[in-house]
Ligand binder design. Structure first.
Ligand code: PLP
Ligand code: COI
Length: 360
């Protein structure tokens, strides 16, 4: 495909009727309601990227030997489009998603998706499914992904891939809405090891996290917290979010990059906090320290952050040996302030002085 990305656009012959769509948009939940269309682009080792299509959302036809079904050569992204009060639509830092997508692709021995192709695919889908973007506090969650489609059972990087984007209107990620979340510290499972795929957004990382997340659910918790693989001591991240700790001296602590997903929300919050004069330390923080700091009051707040979760206060932590509260178990002032600032920029009620929004 040339420098200019050209999509063949074939609108859905029978899209969901406007009145039915309006009902679905009232309470979409997370990840269950999908829009009418999808984008697909193929890659083969001889032709590179080609056959870019915007068309009706439909099942794939896959050979049972498609490499993704056997060796999980798959990556994805998560990003949101927002409808602003003036009716315009924006994306939040989509160039960062494009960059991370290609870092994941490199780790999984997959082809690079040129940034202009990635962004054009996102924008084409947002354009054709504009009517699916909820107003108010909802947003359109976009899920770009790429998988190995070559039918071949030998273990090596595939020579055929499909890049696809689907979308779903979403509300709050957690059932409890803005209520503080409860975490389960996994004793038995780790998410990623040095040299592994922890920094890549690949499906396999999530497959490996499910048993730990199910254990968290069994203990009545919203999310699992993973400790590091080497010492099983250092807090890394949650099943689908990064984590921050707010100390009594006004500073923030967050685990360093390496084996965790380099979250775009994490990166944005670090910038917002530092610009506001808050000291942010990207440094290892142990589970023992976490418990001690919660007990002594040195730890004032903790929050989870990510595209799906936005910024969610952590109220309680449960583990094999007991449980503890963070502060009074509610949402603290710094969590609220950072959340409001981030959401304000994303939704256009605060000035975007850093050029983070892209009109779609
Ligand atoms: N960590 C994990 C494991 C995630 O799945 C996510 C969500 O994408 C994040 C962190 C947060 O990343 P981001 O802020 O880019 O959505
Ligand atoms: C996201 O926040 O985009 C994710 O991919 C995480 C998942 C929990 C939905």
């Amino acid at each position: 495909m040339g420098q200019e990305t050209r999509f063949t656009i074939t609108p859905h012959p029978s899209p969901v009727a406007a009145d039915e769509r309006a009902v679905l948009l009232e309470n979409p939940g997370f990840g269950r309601v999908f829009t009418d269309h999808m984008v697909t682009v193929k890659w083969t080792s001889d032709k590179g990227w080609h056959d870019a299509q915007v068309g009706a959302r439909r099942p794939f036809q896959l050979d049972p030997a498609a490499a993704v079904l056997h060796y999980a050569q798959e990556i994805f992204e998560g990003m949101k489009a927002y409808r602003l009060a003036d009716g315009s639509v924006t994306l939040f830092r989509p160039d960062e998603n494009a960059r991370r997508f290609n870092e994941s692709a490199a780790r999984m021995a997959m082809p690079d998706v040129p940034e202009e192709l990635f962004l054009a695919a996102i924008e084409s889908l947002v354009e054709i499914d504009r009517g699916w973007i909820p107003g108010g506090e909802g947003s359109l969650y976009l899920r770009p992904f790429m998988f190995a489609s070559e039918p071949f059972l030998g273990v090596r990087p595939a020579s055929e891939y499909i890049f696809c984007v689907i979308a779903c209107p979403v509300g709050a990620y957690f059932k409890g809405g803005a209520k503080p979340v409860t975490l389960w510290v996994s004793d038995d499972y780790t998410r990623a090891a040095p040299g592994g795929t922890g920094a890549a957004k690949c499906g396999g990382n999530y497959a490996a996290s499910l048993v730990a997340q199910a254990e968290a659910s069994r203990h009545g918790c919203d999310q699992v917290v993973f400790l590091d693989a080497a010492e099983h001591r250092w807090v890394e991240e949650l099943g689908g979010m990064n984590i921050f700790f707010a100390m009594d001296d006004g500073s923030l602590v967050t685990p360093p990059l390496g084996t965790i997903l380099p979250g775009i929300t994490r990166k944005s919050l670090i910038t917002l906090a530092r610009d506001a004069g808050i000291v942010v330390q990207e440094q290892p923080y142990s589970f023992d320290q976490w418990q001690a700091d919660a007990a002594s009051g040195r730890l004032r707040e903790a929050f989870a952050c990510g595209t799906a979760a936005v910024v969610a206060a952590i109220g309680e932590v449960r583990h094999a040996g007991g449980s503890f509260l963070i502060g009074d178990g509610g949402t603290g002032p710094l969590t609220t302030r950072l959340r409001e600032e981030l959401v304000g920029i994303q939704r256009g009620t605060l000035a975007d002085t850093r050029g983070w929004l892209r009109r779609a």
